[in-house]
Design a protein around this ligand. Sequence first.
Ligand code: HEC
Ligand code: HEC
Length: 229
Amino acid sequence: MGYKHTLLTFLLAAAPLAGAIAQNADAPAAAEPPVAAQAPAADAAAAPAAAVPATAAICAACHNMDGNSAVPDYPKLAGHHPEYLLKQLRDFKPVGDKPALRDNAIMFGMIAALSDEDMVELANYFAAQTPTIGEAKPETLELGKSIWQGGIPAKGVPACAGCHGANGSGMPVQYPRLSGQHPEYVVAQILAFQTGTRKNDLNGVMQDIAQRLTPAEMQAVANAIAGLH
Ligand code: HEC
Ligand code: HEC
């Protein structure tokens, strides 16, 4: 599979890259409030190199070292709320003999060997990176923006902005940032909520909303999200 090759190539190059990023990453990393159970803030500030967890090199093969993945199937992690990222990492793990609340084979493989402490470190690290914004295509932008801002009242679809924030930066801690996310990934998640492969949303709100959207509406709102900030 293609990604294995990318992963290997990346791991070979990862050690010097991780070092280089460590030198640049201390300022944003220190500015974000860390998730509880992280080392005390004073320690983090005194040892900026520790802000890049060694395990981040694995993730970088798909999500990039700065959390802004270049591949549209892989979500951008940069600038998410750390609590949201940590929750996702935990949700990729099956509990008992039930499928994971967020059932994804690739990410299950990635987190299977990680400790909860590793996950806390990774969530804090990627949350502290600066997110990039994409560009919305003009064609369906009007429809997408109107769904974002006002929902589709006739079908009982609420405004996305009501939970994800007017500019898409989300609301801590349960409503994720969407601003600048890859449209392919956004559509894939709405479909996952619709089919129940993903059912880790509070009170099933996203599963309910996803049932009410047509593929064309999903595409349109995802396109608007790409350029939203
Ligand atoms: C081989 C590619 C690959 C690697 C390597 C990888 N991921 Fe992922 N990641 C994915 C894919 C694909 C998804 C989307 C999963 C889905 O559809 O539910 C994802 C989703 C995520 C999400 C959810 C993001 C969101 O917006 O909800 C988080 C968090 C995440 N990955 C963190 C990590 C971390 C941390 C690592 C390193 C330990 C890692 N990933 C390694 C491919 C990868
Ligand atoms: C009532 C609140 C609410 C509204 C309104 C809402 N969402 Fe969500 N959204 C959530 C919650 C809660 C989650 C899941 C958080 C989690 O996984 O813990 C979520 C997650 C998502 C995700 C996955 C994000 C990621 O990084 O994987 C997408 C995509 C999304 N919403 C799109 C939308 C769109 C598009 C709309 C408007 C049509 C919308 N949401 C309206 C609450 C809401």
